[in-house]
Design a protein around this ligand. Structure first.
Ligand SMILES: [Mg+2]
Length: 146
């Protein structure tokens, strides 16, 4: 069976995942110190009509960007291992600032303990690297439709 995420964008008649019921784009903040991962995530998001409204290269910058963008922000993807401030600390600060924040952790394999800690601290879900477009979109859509 061919899943929607395997098809090129627009190849089916479904609206893109990145559009809200009112037609506006979900606004995403991508926090990652790896330019490669940030670019990969941005490409996945823009291919489904999400708006990557901000990026940040460490947890401290991510928290600052979140506050600047608030309340016009729908989703954050948060890397865990970053310089200056790690992703779990940044998540905690964001949740303290906005208890309704929608943060998805982006984790390397074998970080189950940190992922667990993040979920207890308020992260809505997590994605494991290497990134798979289909899985990324599945997790994001399920979090946004809650
Ligand atoms: Mg990293």
């Amino acid at each position: 069976m061919i899943a929607k995420a395997d098809l090129p964008p627009g190849a089916d008649n479904k609206p893109p995942d990145g559009l809200k019921p009112d037609g506006g784009a979900y606004r995403v903040l991508v926090v990652d110190d790896s330019m490669f991962i940030a670019k990969q995530l941005s490409q996945i998001f823009t291919s489904e009509s999400f708006e990557v409204a901000g990026t940040a290269a460490d947890g401290a910058q991510g928290f600052e960007r979140y506050k600047e963008m608030y309340p016009n922000i729908d989703l954050v993807t948060m890397d865990i291992t970053m310089p200056v401030m790690d992703g779990v600390t940044s998540l905690e600060k964001i949740m303290e600032f906005d208890k309704n924040a929608c943060v998805i952790m982006v984790s390397a394999l074998g970080k189950e303990d940190v992922v667990k800690k993040s979920l207890l601290a308020g992260a809505k879900s997590y994605i494991v690297k290497p990134l798979d477009r289909k899985k990324v979109l599945e997790r994001v859509v399920s979090v946004l439709s809650r």
